[in-house]
Design a protein around this ligand. Structure first.
Ligand SMILES: [Zn+2]
Length: 220
């Protein structure tokens, strides 16, 4: 009788231990899923930037900080966009934070894989020369590489931003081009600039610029 009770208690204790163990595993899993995700920004290649490679790195670091911020998440989720490829705001946010490139060589998920260069306006891309001029009618800042995942900036624009120490604009430019790499566009027949400014690609680029600028001011 006595032995039986002890045995019974022991079995009970073992079961309880199993249950507690499972509960701990379960809560740990929930915790890790509930935690905000963290992404990194990786500059795989910087071509044609000359002395300004450090500036590109600064912009990439600032972009990383902003993408991981609560403010970016809150602001981004509260906006409305055109050209969302049918995704909800939460899905758009998740798509950014998953960082799975749809164009170009890509890289690891959870890593914003960037490849940047300058436009060869004095070489085989001279057709962009006039559009690239600061104050030109087209106002071209750069081009998104037509699906090859390499972001090209007008050298005049890069020089201007460096002279202004305008890291925020370059971060925003990278964010804009990265949204293209994630598969989003901003074109339609006879689309005006005012219309383009309402698209996901433009709004994310502008939001990143704004938040980087804010962050820079706060760090001064
Ligand atoms: Zn664009």
């Amino acid at each position: 009788m006595e032995v039986k009770t002890v045995k019974h208690l022991l079995t009970k204790y073992k079961t309880m231990r199993k249950v507690i163990f499972l509960l701990i595993i379960l809560s740990l899993t929930t915790l890790s899923f509930g935690q905000p995700r963290h992404i990194t920004v990786k500059l795989h290649s910087v071509i044609g930037y000359g002395q300004n490679e450090e500036f590109a790195k600064k912009a990439a670091t600032a972009l990383e900080q902003v993408l991981n911020s609560d403010e970016f998440r809150t602001r981004m989720l509260a906006m409305t966009y055109l050209r969302t490829n049918g995704l909800t705001n939460q899905q758009l946010y998740d798509k950014i934070m998953t960082a799975h490139e749809e164009q170009g060589d890509g890289g690891q998920d959870g890593v914003v894989d960037l490849r940047v260069r300058t436009l060869r306006i004095d070489g085989n891309e001279s057709k962009w020369k006039d559009n690239c001029e600061i104050g030109s009618h087209s106002g071209t800042i750069g081009i998104d590489g037509n699906g090859d995942g390499v972001t090209a900036i007008c050298p005049q624009r890069l020089t201007l931003w460096v002279s202004e120490n305008n890291v925020a604009e370059l971060s925003g430019h990278y964010a804009h081009e990265y949204m293209h790499i994630l598969g989003f566009g901003h074109s339609k027949f006879l689309g005006t600039q005012a219309w383009r400014e309402k698209t996901f690609v433009y709004k994310i680029g502008n939001l990143v610029s704004e938040l980087v600028e804010k962050q820079m001011k706060a760090n001064k």
